[in-house]
Design a protein around this ligand. Structure first.
Ligand SMILES: [Zn+2]
Length: 298
């Protein structure tokens, strides 16, 4: 589908559309690139986890990693075959049909690219906050919070319906603002790679941790989002940058005490579903038991 995209027609357009290559979709298979970058990031994180491990790895972790990878695979299949368009296709359509607020404002191309990235970051930030506030969304998102140990594979532990809703939401934002296709491509690739990084069971060197933690979401910062109880979960919603958490007052730094640092992870009170297999994870949002245990983080 992406290979047959027509040429952009917007007049006086950017450094992108003036070139003969026009859009990333024309020079590469977007899905292949996304998969290749994510697989590389995932593998790099898994190797790094062995070298600079933060928490002891629980027994039978291999089975959980398998279930997490399977969840990612099912989500990818659902998006690929369940939707006629993905965010990138929506961006190219918006560009060609001169749709969206950014088309009306027509900022310089580099600024438009940057605004596109920040808008997408804001979109997933707001979606994540809503997922913790709206009961129906939390039922899906709780699957991601249902393990008591985090590693890079946890970045794939999203219910496929949540992945579907997320894609529809991003497509809506992309069309409403007419976000640059390049910004969409860079954002999607970065989001996947950063998710693998900030879920990794990784202990960074203190200086590097401080340096990265002043700009982007590090494993320490995102781990706090997964902590059970008032100290966690309702903080650090960002996936890439700390910008929106800072602006909306949801940024929290990890505690420095040993007790705080060792706080338990997991969403389900009492018995996290860490060891659940693919079928149980897929069924989790619909189970009566889960309905009774439902809770919304504030
Ligand atoms: Zn969350």
């Amino acid at each position: 589908m992406v290979d047959s995209l027509p040429v952009a027609t917007r007049q006086g357009d950017s450094w992108i559309s003036r070139s003969t290559v026009l859009y990333p979709a024309r020079m590469m298979n977007e899905a292949t690139w996304r998969l290749a970058v994510f697989a590389t990031a995932l593998l790099a994180c898994m190797v790094a986890e062995r070298l600079w491990c933060r928490d002891p790895v629980p027994k039978r972790r291999g089975a959980v990693i398998g279930a997490n990878l399977a969840m990612g695979f099912v989500s990818a299949l659902l998006l690929r075959f369940g939707l006629p368009w993905l965010a990138m296709d929506a961006a190219v359509w918006a560009r060609e049909s001169a749709t969206g607020l950014l088309h009306l404002l027509s900022p310089p191309a580099p600024l438009e690219f940057l605004i596109g990235l920040l808008l997408l970051e804001l979109a997933v930030y707001l979606q994540h906050r809503a997922s913790h506030r709206v009961p129906l969304l939390w039922r899906l998102h709780a699957v991601h919070h249902s393990e008591a140990h985090l590693d890079a594979s946890s970045s794939l532990r999203f219910h496929p319906l949540e992945a579907l809703l997320s894609m529809l939401w991003k497509m809506g934002v992309v069309v409403a603002f007419g976000i640059d296709p390049w910004a969409v491509l860079v954002f999607e690739i970065t989001l996947n790679a950063m998710a693998a990084f900030n879920h990794a069971n990784l202990r960074l060197a203190p200086r590097l941790n401080r340096l990265l933690g002043s700009i982007v979401v590090t494993p320490d910062l995102h781990r706090l989002h997964h902590v059970i109880g008032p100290a966690g979960t309702a903080v650090n919603y960002g996936f890439n940058l700390l910008l929106w958490d800072r602006l909306f007052g949801s940024l929290q730094r990890p505690p420095t005490t040993a007790r705080g640092a060792a706080a338990a992870l997991g969403a389900a009170p009492g018995a996290p579903l860490s060891a659940a297999g693919l079928g149980r994870l897929l069924w989790m949002p619909f189970s009566i038991k889960n309905m009774l245990n439902q809770r919304i983080e504030q």
